[in-house]
Design a protein around this ligand. Structure first.
Ligand SMILES: Cc1cc2nc3c(=O)[nH]c(=O)nc-3n(C[C@H](O)[C@H](O)[C@H](O)COP(=O)(O)OP(=O)(O)OC[C@H]3O[C@@H](n4cnc5c(N)ncnc54)[C@H](O)[C@@H]3O)c2cc1C
Length: 431
């Protein structure tokens, strides 16, 4: 039996953010993490398939850098932040050929037309509709479903017809995207866990809440932790799977929030070049193609990121779940087929070497997807899931609970810090 002021479940960005705030307040806080490492969906690998180069299996960018609280932490520590947007070049194909200058100009302005078509649907009093409704309003715009594909499956990991337009609108990313040199997971492991009391390999299996004075008791395989409050930061996928038993059961309103915020899936497929061919693409090049219809399975690529010798395909939503079920070979074949339609047979010679690297967040029982999206009509569930239970003695935090930076490291961190402030108020712990 361990007794602390506040117990935090999960050492992803939300749990680390909460623990940092609790430590700053002088509280006895303990973080229970089921995995053998911290970071959750921030995880840098050095796979042999990429010759040992660093590769982030989950998060890559510090999005919305100008309002991202992790940026000043990295800067203060002297870490190098690569300015991805300034280095990036873009190439777009129409069918099997590069877009003409006129097509490219039409594509460049399509994002504004998409936003303009969305505006009346977002007016106060309008029902929350699927994101797919926007492109339906501009059927003659040849680029509308390409924008939709980026905004739905590619960026938010969900099909446009299953995704709340309000949720999309509230959580649009703005400003710059920075990449910590050496990987974001490495940055998190290096900078955000120090000085915290974290028990790795220690899953919470049961949380008894609502005890005397609001006390909680968290069961783990290595004993029970009692505390004045618990902050639960596991994904909505883990909550929905019932991996943690709550006693008493969570109120129906909370279960409704979890159901309204399911996990989407983004799958990365990485192919390493075996020869000098670079497909006539510049270094650090974003590659996409015009999408013909809503829901068309499509993969967008980052080619030769920061000068490295591989391309990384990104697919989200239903095609990602289907490829994950079909297996790594199917995902790699899909990536090759997408590239072959643009570059022909040279793709097969170029990527004939090591097997592709495919990420599998769906199969990780501690995560169960990429990040949460709101179903149409459920955009408010993010805020409601973050509301305190038991007068602030039981709190949920994580990327799913942030409204504005949902689905990001920054959103998770901020939501953890907010939960910590609420727990401190509820328990009176700290200085
Ligand atoms: C492929 C992919 C790409 C992404 N790209 C970006 C990006 O470029 N930029 C960005 O900002 N965000 C990105 N994200 C999203 C970002 O990674 C997440 O929003 C963020 O990491 C979520 O943090 P969290 O703390 O809410 O949850 P998690 O990271 O899931 O942390 C929860 C922790 O709880 C642990 N846990 C689970 N069950 C238990 C239990 N029973 N007991 C104890 N511990 C438990 C888990 O192991 C995990 O460590 C990406 C995510 C993915 C998957």
């Amino acid at each position: 039996m361990t007794e602390v002021d506040i117990v935090v479940i999960g050492a992803g960005l939300a749990g680390l953010g909460a623990a940092a705030a609790l430590r700053a307040a002088g509280t006895r806080a303990l973080v229970l993490e089921a995995a053998p490492r911290i970071g959750g969906r921030a995880h840098t690998l050095h796979p042999a398939a990429l010759g040992g180069a660093w590769f982030d299996a989950g998060a890559v960018w510090l999005h919305s850098a100008e309002r991202n609280p992790l940026v000043p932490i990295a800067e203060a520590a002297g870490d190098t932040l690569l300015r991805s947007d300034e280095l990036r070049q873009e190439r777009t194909f129409v069918g099997t050929r590069p877009a003409t200058a006129a097509e490219q100009a039409a594509y460049d302005t399509a994002w504004d037309r998409f936003a303009a078509a969305a505006a009346p649907l977002l007016a106060p009093g309008q029902p929350d509709v699927p994101l797919a409704e926007v492109a339906r309003r501009i059927p003659d715009d040849p680029w509308a479903v390409t924008v939709e594909t980026w905004e739905g499956p590619v960026i938010c990991a969900v099909d446009a017809d299953a995704f709340s337009l309000r949720d999309w609108h509230r959580n649009q990313l703005t400003g710059s995207n920075l990449v910590p040199e050496g990987g974001i997971g490495a940055f998190v492991a290096r900078r955000l866990g120090t000085g915290l009391d974290i028990r790795l390999g220690t899953p919470a299996t049961r949380i008894a809440w609502g005890g005397t004075g609001g006390r909680v008791a968290v069961t783990t395989p290595s004993g029970t932790v009692t505390a004045g409050a618990a902050i639960v930061t596991v994904s909505t996928g883990v909550l929905a799977a019932g991996a943690i038993e709550f006693a008493p059961a969570l109120p129906a309103s909370v279960q409704g929030c979890v159901a309204g915020l399911p996990m989407g899936l983004a799958l990365k497929v990485v192919l390493r070049a075996t020869g000098p061919d670079r497909l006539d693409l510049p270094s650090h090049c974003s590659l996409d193609r015009r999408i013909g219809r809503s829901g068309e399975p499509a993969m967008m690529f980052q080619c030769w990121p920061f000068g490295r010798d591989y391309v990384q395909g990104w697919v989200g939503g239903t095609p990602a779940w289907e490829l994950a079920r079909a297996g790594e070979g199917a995902a790699a074949d899909f990536a090759r087929a997408e590239l072959r339609r643009l570059f022909g047979g040279r793709v097969d010679a170029l990527f004939a070497g090591p097997p592709a690297l495919v990420t599998h967040w769906d199969a990780d029982p501690l995560i169960r997807g990429a990040y949460a999206y709101a179903r149409p009509g459920a955009a408010d569930a993010r805020v409601r899931l973050g509301e305190p239970l038991s007068d602030g003695h039981l709190l949920f935090a994580g990327e799913a609970c942030h409204d504005g930076l949902a689905g990001t490291l920054a959103g998770a961190w901020i939501s953890g810090q907010r939960a910590a402030a609420l727990a401190l108020t509820a328990t009176g712990a700290g200085r």
